[in-house]
Design a binder for this molecule. Structure first.
Ligand code: ADP
Ligand code: MG
Length: 322
Protein backbone atom coordinates (compact mmCIF):
# COMPACT_ATOMS: atom_id res chain seq x y z
CA UNK A 1 0.00 0.00 0.00
CA UNK A 2 1.22 3.50 -0.79
CA UNK A 3 0.15 4.51 2.69
CA UNK A 4 1.56 2.30 5.42
CA UNK A 5 -1.05 0.28 7.26
CA UNK A 6 -0.23 2.17 10.44
CA UNK A 7 -0.58 5.55 8.74
CA UNK A 8 -3.84 4.50 7.10
CA UNK A 9 -5.41 3.44 10.40
CA UNK A 10 -4.25 6.65 12.07
CA UNK A 11 -5.58 8.90 9.31
CA UNK A 12 -8.91 7.30 8.53
CA UNK A 13 -9.96 5.05 11.37
CA UNK A 14 -8.82 6.66 14.60
CA UNK A 15 -11.34 8.86 16.41
CA UNK A 16 -12.04 9.89 19.98
CA UNK A 17 -14.15 7.31 21.81
CA UNK A 18 -15.75 9.20 24.69
CA UNK A 19 -18.10 6.32 25.50
CA UNK A 20 -15.29 3.77 25.91
CA UNK A 21 -12.76 3.25 28.69
CA UNK A 22 -10.12 2.73 25.98
CA UNK A 23 -10.68 3.10 22.23
CA UNK A 24 -8.54 2.08 19.24
CA UNK A 25 -4.75 1.96 19.56
CA UNK A 26 -4.10 -0.83 22.04
CA UNK A 27 -4.39 -4.60 21.55
CA UNK A 28 -8.06 -4.42 22.49
CA UNK A 29 -10.63 -1.78 23.37
CA UNK A 30 -12.14 -1.59 26.85
CA UNK A 31 -15.81 -0.73 27.37
CA UNK A 32 -18.09 -0.71 30.37
CA UNK A 33 -21.81 -1.48 30.30
CA UNK A 34 -24.00 0.86 32.33
CA UNK A 35 -25.56 -0.44 35.52
CA UNK A 36 -28.50 -2.75 35.01
CA UNK A 37 -27.89 -3.25 31.28
CA UNK A 38 -26.94 -6.23 29.24
CA UNK A 39 -24.84 -6.13 26.07
CA UNK A 40 -25.95 -7.10 22.57
CA UNK A 41 -23.44 -8.02 19.88
CA UNK A 42 -24.13 -8.11 16.16
CA UNK A 43 -21.97 -8.37 13.03
CA UNK A 44 -22.57 -7.99 9.31
CA UNK A 45 -20.18 -8.46 6.42
CA UNK A 46 -20.46 -6.65 3.09
CA UNK A 47 -18.64 -8.30 0.18
CA UNK A 48 -17.94 -6.43 -3.08
CA UNK A 49 -19.84 -7.89 -6.01
CA UNK A 50 -22.25 -9.64 -3.69
CA UNK A 51 -23.71 -7.03 -1.36
CA UNK A 52 -22.75 -3.92 -3.31
CA UNK A 53 -21.52 -2.90 -6.73
CA UNK A 54 -17.75 -2.70 -7.06
CA UNK A 55 -17.95 0.92 -8.15
CA UNK A 56 -20.32 1.85 -5.30
CA UNK A 57 -19.99 5.34 -3.91
CA UNK A 58 -17.60 4.97 -0.92
CA UNK A 59 -19.41 7.44 1.31
CA UNK A 60 -22.70 5.61 0.89
CA UNK A 61 -20.89 2.33 1.47
CA UNK A 62 -19.45 3.60 4.75
CA UNK A 63 -22.94 4.67 5.80
CA UNK A 64 -24.54 1.40 4.80
CA UNK A 65 -21.91 -0.84 6.42
CA UNK A 66 -22.74 0.73 9.78
CA UNK A 67 -26.47 1.23 9.11
CA UNK A 68 -27.21 -2.45 8.58
CA UNK A 69 -25.64 -3.24 11.95
CA UNK A 70 -27.43 -0.39 13.72
CA UNK A 71 -30.66 -1.75 12.25
CA UNK A 72 -30.06 -5.09 13.97
CA UNK A 73 -29.54 -3.32 17.29
CA UNK A 74 -32.71 -1.25 16.68
CA UNK A 75 -34.68 -4.42 15.99
CA UNK A 76 -33.69 -5.67 19.45
CA UNK A 77 -35.00 -2.49 21.10
CA UNK A 78 -31.47 -1.62 22.16
CA UNK A 79 -29.14 1.39 22.08
CA UNK A 80 -25.96 1.07 19.99
CA UNK A 81 -22.76 2.11 21.85
CA UNK A 82 -19.59 0.79 20.20
CA UNK A 83 -18.48 -0.47 16.78
CA UNK A 84 -15.50 -2.24 15.26
CA UNK A 85 -14.57 -2.11 11.59
CA UNK A 86 -12.54 -4.82 9.88
CA UNK A 87 -11.74 -4.04 6.28
CA UNK A 88 -9.83 -5.69 3.46
CA UNK A 89 -8.74 -3.23 0.75
CA UNK A 90 -7.29 -3.99 -2.68
CA UNK A 91 -5.24 -0.78 -2.45
CA UNK A 92 -4.83 2.21 -0.17
CA UNK A 93 -6.72 4.89 -2.10
CA UNK A 94 -6.75 7.93 0.17
CA UNK A 95 -9.71 9.56 -1.56
CA UNK A 96 -11.80 6.41 -1.37
CA UNK A 97 -10.86 5.90 2.29
CA UNK A 98 -11.68 9.48 3.25
CA UNK A 99 -15.15 9.22 1.69
CA UNK A 100 -15.80 5.82 3.23
CA UNK A 101 -14.75 7.03 6.68
CA UNK A 102 -16.91 10.15 6.28
CA UNK A 103 -20.01 8.08 5.55
CA UNK A 104 -19.29 5.71 8.42
CA UNK A 105 -18.43 8.36 11.00
CA UNK A 106 -21.31 10.72 10.18
CA UNK A 107 -23.76 7.98 11.03
CA UNK A 108 -21.70 6.85 14.03
CA UNK A 109 -21.68 10.38 15.48
CA UNK A 110 -25.40 10.83 14.89
CA UNK A 111 -26.11 7.88 17.18
CA UNK A 112 -23.10 8.48 19.48
CA UNK A 113 -21.54 5.17 18.55
CA UNK A 114 -17.77 5.00 19.17
CA UNK A 115 -15.51 3.26 16.66
CA UNK A 116 -13.27 1.45 19.14
CA UNK A 117 -11.15 -0.79 16.93
CA UNK A 118 -10.95 -3.16 14.03
CA UNK A 119 -8.52 -4.66 11.61
CA UNK A 120 -7.10 -3.49 8.30
CA UNK A 121 -5.55 -5.70 5.66
CA UNK A 122 -4.92 -5.86 1.93
CA UNK A 123 -7.26 -8.12 -0.05
CA UNK A 124 -10.44 -8.17 -2.15
CA UNK A 125 -12.75 -5.40 -0.86
CA UNK A 126 -14.62 -6.72 2.14
CA UNK A 127 -16.15 -4.74 4.99
CA UNK A 128 -17.02 -6.36 8.27
CA UNK A 129 -18.63 -4.27 10.99
CA UNK A 130 -19.57 -5.27 14.49
CA UNK A 131 -21.77 -3.22 16.79
CA UNK A 132 -22.24 -3.62 20.51
CA UNK A 133 -25.39 -2.22 22.08
CA UNK A 134 -27.02 -2.02 25.48
CA UNK A 135 -30.48 -2.68 26.82
CA UNK A 136 -31.98 -2.79 30.34
CA UNK A 137 -31.67 -6.36 31.63
CA UNK A 138 -34.33 -8.66 30.19
CA UNK A 139 -36.01 -5.96 28.08
CA UNK A 140 -34.65 -6.70 24.60
CA UNK A 141 -37.21 -7.27 21.81
CA UNK A 142 -36.68 -10.76 20.51
CA UNK A 143 -38.05 -12.75 17.61
CA UNK A 144 -39.58 -15.35 19.89
CA UNK A 145 -42.09 -13.20 21.80
CA UNK A 146 -45.03 -13.05 19.36
CA UNK A 147 -48.36 -14.54 20.51
CA UNK A 148 -51.59 -15.42 18.74
CA UNK A 149 -53.85 -12.37 18.85
CA UNK A 150 -51.01 -9.84 18.45
CA UNK A 151 -51.28 -7.22 15.73
CA UNK A 152 -48.51 -7.15 13.13
CA UNK A 153 -47.02 -3.70 12.43
CA UNK A 154 -44.42 -2.28 10.10
CA UNK A 155 -42.64 1.09 10.09
CA UNK A 156 -42.27 3.44 7.11
CA UNK A 157 -42.83 1.95 3.66
CA UNK A 158 -41.37 -1.30 2.37
CA UNK A 159 -40.00 -2.51 -0.95
CA UNK A 160 -38.54 0.79 -2.17
CA UNK A 161 -34.91 -0.35 -2.11
CA UNK A 162 -35.81 -3.50 -4.04
CA UNK A 163 -37.84 -1.45 -6.52
CA UNK A 164 -34.74 0.68 -7.14
CA UNK A 165 -32.80 -2.52 -7.89
CA UNK A 166 -35.57 -3.79 -10.18
CA UNK A 167 -35.39 -0.48 -12.05
CA UNK A 168 -31.62 -0.84 -12.46
CA UNK A 169 -32.21 -4.29 -13.95
CA UNK A 170 -34.93 -2.73 -16.17
CA UNK A 171 -37.60 -5.03 -14.78
CA UNK A 172 -39.65 -1.93 -14.03
CA UNK A 173 -39.35 1.38 -15.83
CA UNK A 174 -39.49 4.37 -13.52
CA UNK A 175 -40.40 7.89 -14.57
CA UNK A 176 -37.76 10.59 -14.30
CA UNK A 177 -37.64 11.83 -10.74
CA UNK A 178 -38.97 8.60 -9.25
CA UNK A 179 -35.57 7.00 -9.11
CA UNK A 180 -33.73 9.38 -6.76
CA UNK A 181 -36.04 8.83 -3.79
CA UNK A 182 -35.88 5.08 -4.14
CA UNK A 183 -32.12 5.05 -4.55
CA UNK A 184 -31.82 6.95 -1.29
CA UNK A 185 -33.67 4.14 0.45
CA UNK A 186 -31.30 1.65 -1.16
CA UNK A 187 -28.04 3.42 -0.38
CA UNK A 188 -28.73 5.43 2.75
CA UNK A 189 -31.16 3.44 4.89
CA UNK A 190 -32.08 5.12 8.18
CA UNK A 191 -31.76 2.67 11.06
CA UNK A 192 -34.89 2.84 13.24
CA UNK A 193 -33.03 3.28 16.52
CA UNK A 194 -35.48 5.64 18.22
CA UNK A 195 -38.40 3.44 17.25
CA UNK A 196 -36.74 0.28 18.56
CA UNK A 197 -35.90 1.88 21.91
CA UNK A 198 -39.43 3.17 22.39
CA UNK A 199 -41.04 -0.12 21.44
CA UNK A 200 -39.67 -1.70 24.62
CA UNK A 201 -42.70 -2.37 26.79
CA UNK A 202 -45.03 -2.03 23.79
CA UNK A 203 -43.96 -4.69 21.29
CA UNK A 204 -43.72 -8.39 22.10
CA UNK A 205 -41.40 -9.23 19.20
CA UNK A 206 -39.50 -7.39 16.48
CA UNK A 207 -37.21 -7.88 13.51
CA UNK A 208 -35.72 -5.59 10.89
CA UNK A 209 -36.70 -6.09 7.25
CA UNK A 210 -33.47 -7.15 5.56
CA UNK A 211 -34.59 -10.23 3.63
CA UNK A 212 -38.11 -9.01 2.74
CA UNK A 213 -41.36 -8.45 4.62
CA UNK A 214 -42.76 -11.98 4.24
CA UNK A 215 -39.46 -13.74 4.93
CA UNK A 216 -38.64 -11.65 7.99
CA UNK A 217 -42.14 -11.90 9.45
CA UNK A 218 -41.70 -15.63 8.83
CA UNK A 219 -38.61 -15.58 11.07
CA UNK A 220 -40.72 -14.15 13.91
CA UNK A 221 -43.36 -16.85 13.32
CA UNK A 222 -40.78 -19.60 13.28
CA UNK A 223 -39.11 -18.51 16.51
CA UNK A 224 -42.44 -17.76 18.22
CA UNK A 225 -44.17 -20.95 16.95
CA UNK A 226 -47.10 -18.99 15.51
CA UNK A 227 -48.37 -17.98 12.05
CA UNK A 228 -49.23 -14.59 10.56
CA UNK A 229 -52.02 -13.28 8.31
CA UNK A 230 -51.25 -10.13 6.35
CA UNK A 231 -53.63 -8.03 4.23
CA UNK A 232 -51.89 -7.07 1.01
CA UNK A 233 -53.82 -3.79 0.70
CA UNK A 234 -52.63 -2.67 4.15
CA UNK A 235 -48.92 -2.98 3.44
CA UNK A 236 -47.50 0.57 3.42
CA UNK A 237 -46.24 1.50 -0.05
CA UNK A 238 -44.56 4.72 -1.17
CA UNK A 239 -46.26 6.86 -3.82
CA UNK A 240 -43.82 5.52 -6.40
CA UNK A 241 -44.46 1.92 -5.37
CA UNK A 242 -48.22 2.49 -5.60
CA UNK A 243 -47.89 3.78 -9.16
CA UNK A 244 -46.14 0.55 -10.19
CA UNK A 245 -48.05 -2.03 -8.14
CA UNK A 246 -49.80 -3.38 -11.23
CA UNK A 247 -46.47 -4.87 -12.25
CA UNK A 248 -45.36 -8.17 -10.74
CA UNK A 249 -41.75 -7.05 -10.04
CA UNK A 250 -43.12 -4.16 -7.94
CA UNK A 251 -45.38 -6.49 -5.95
CA UNK A 252 -42.43 -8.84 -5.46
CA UNK A 253 -40.36 -5.89 -4.17
CA UNK A 254 -43.13 -4.96 -1.71
CA UNK A 255 -43.46 -8.48 -0.31
CA UNK A 256 -40.00 -9.91 -0.71
CA UNK A 257 -37.58 -7.03 -1.27
CA UNK A 258 -34.88 -6.74 1.35
CA UNK A 259 -32.64 -3.85 2.27
CA UNK A 260 -35.27 -1.44 3.58
CA UNK A 261 -34.32 -1.76 7.23
CA UNK A 262 -37.77 -0.91 8.48
CA UNK A 263 -38.96 -2.70 11.62
CA UNK A 264 -41.69 -5.33 11.71
CA UNK A 265 -43.10 -5.90 15.18
CA UNK A 266 -46.02 -7.52 16.95
CA UNK A 267 -47.99 -6.10 19.87
CA UNK A 268 -51.23 -6.85 21.71
CA UNK A 269 -54.30 -4.95 20.45
CA UNK A 270 -54.37 -3.05 23.78
CA UNK A 271 -51.21 -1.24 22.64
CA UNK A 272 -52.82 0.37 19.57
CA UNK A 273 -53.22 3.80 21.24
CA UNK A 274 -49.62 3.72 22.51
CA UNK A 275 -48.38 2.85 19.01
CA UNK A 276 -50.44 5.63 17.42
CA UNK A 277 -48.98 8.09 19.95
CA UNK A 278 -45.47 6.81 19.24
CA UNK A 279 -46.00 7.25 15.50
CA UNK A 280 -47.01 10.89 16.01
CA UNK A 281 -44.13 11.54 18.37
CA UNK A 282 -41.53 10.13 15.99
CA UNK A 283 -43.16 11.51 12.83
CA UNK A 284 -42.88 7.99 11.45
CA UNK A 285 -45.65 6.03 9.82
CA UNK A 286 -46.51 2.84 11.74
CA UNK A 287 -49.01 0.63 9.95
CA UNK A 288 -50.99 -2.36 11.19
CA UNK A 289 -50.82 -4.92 8.39
CA UNK A 290 -52.23 -8.08 9.94
CA UNK A 291 -52.34 -10.37 12.93
CA UNK A 292 -50.63 -13.30 14.57
CA UNK A 293 -52.65 -16.54 14.65
CA UNK A 294 -51.99 -20.01 16.04
CA UNK A 295 -49.84 -22.15 13.79
CA UNK A 296 -51.89 -24.88 12.16
CA UNK A 297 -49.93 -27.99 11.43
CA UNK A 298 -48.24 -27.85 8.01
CA UNK A 299 -49.92 -24.54 7.15
CA UNK A 300 -47.65 -21.82 5.80
CA UNK A 301 -46.22 -19.43 8.33
CA UNK A 302 -47.17 -16.20 6.56
CA UNK A 303 -50.35 -15.86 4.51
CA UNK A 304 -50.89 -12.68 2.50
CA UNK A 305 -54.51 -12.06 1.47
CA UNK A 306 -55.54 -10.02 -1.56
CA UNK A 307 -58.54 -7.69 -1.75
CA UNK A 308 -60.87 -10.67 -2.36
CA UNK A 309 -59.69 -12.31 0.86
CA UNK A 310 -57.98 -15.13 -1.01
CA UNK A 311 -54.35 -15.99 -0.20
CA UNK A 312 -51.81 -14.77 -2.75
CA UNK A 313 -49.69 -17.53 -4.25
CA UNK A 314 -46.33 -16.97 -2.61
CA UNK A 315 -43.21 -19.03 -3.06
CA UNK A 316 -40.60 -19.39 -0.35
CA UNK A 317 -39.31 -16.02 0.72
CA UNK A 318 -42.46 -14.30 -0.44
CA UNK A 319 -41.74 -14.13 -4.16
CA UNK A 320 -44.89 -14.00 -6.24
CA UNK A 321 -45.33 -16.10 -9.31
CA UNK A 322 -48.25 -14.54 -11.08
P1 ADP B 1 -2.99 -5.81 16.18
O1 ADP B 1 -1.71 -6.14 15.45
O2 ADP B 1 -2.86 -5.84 17.67
O3 ADP B 1 -4.16 -6.54 15.63
P2 ADP B 1 -3.47 -3.61 14.46
O4 ADP B 1 -2.18 -3.04 13.96
O5 ADP B 1 -4.24 -4.49 13.59
O6 ADP B 1 -3.20 -4.26 15.89
O7 ADP B 1 -4.39 -2.40 14.90
C1 ADP B 1 -3.89 -1.36 15.72
C2 ADP B 1 -5.02 -0.66 16.38
O8 ADP B 1 -5.82 -0.04 15.38
C3 ADP B 1 -5.95 -1.60 17.15
O9 ADP B 1 -6.38 -0.92 18.31
C4 ADP B 1 -7.09 -1.82 16.20
O10 ADP B 1 -8.28 -2.08 16.90
C5 ADP B 1 -7.15 -0.50 15.44
N1 ADP B 1 -7.65 -0.68 14.08
C6 ADP B 1 -7.09 -1.38 13.08
N2 ADP B 1 -7.82 -1.30 11.96
C7 ADP B 1 -8.90 -0.54 12.25
C8 ADP B 1 -10.04 -0.11 11.53
N3 ADP B 1 -10.24 -0.44 10.25
N4 ADP B 1 -10.94 0.65 12.17
C9 ADP B 1 -10.77 0.99 13.46
N5 ADP B 1 -9.72 0.64 14.20
C10 ADP B 1 -8.78 -0.14 13.61
MG1 MG C 1 -4.93 -6.42 13.70
Amino acid sequence: MALSEFELIRRFFTYPAPGAVLGAGDDAAIVRARRGRELLITADMLVAGRHFFRDADPQRLGHKALAVNLSDIAAMGATPRWATLSIALPSADARWLAAFARGFMRLARRYRVDLVGGDTTRGPLNISVQVIGEVPVGRALRRDGARAGDDVWVSGTVGDAALALAARARRVILARGERAGLERKLHAPAPRIALGERLRGIARSAIDVSDGLVADLGHICERSKVAAEVDFSMIPASATMKRHLERAPARAALLAGGDDYELVFTAPAAKRPAIAALSRRLGLKLTRIGRIVPRARRARMVTVRGADGRPLPLARGGYEHF
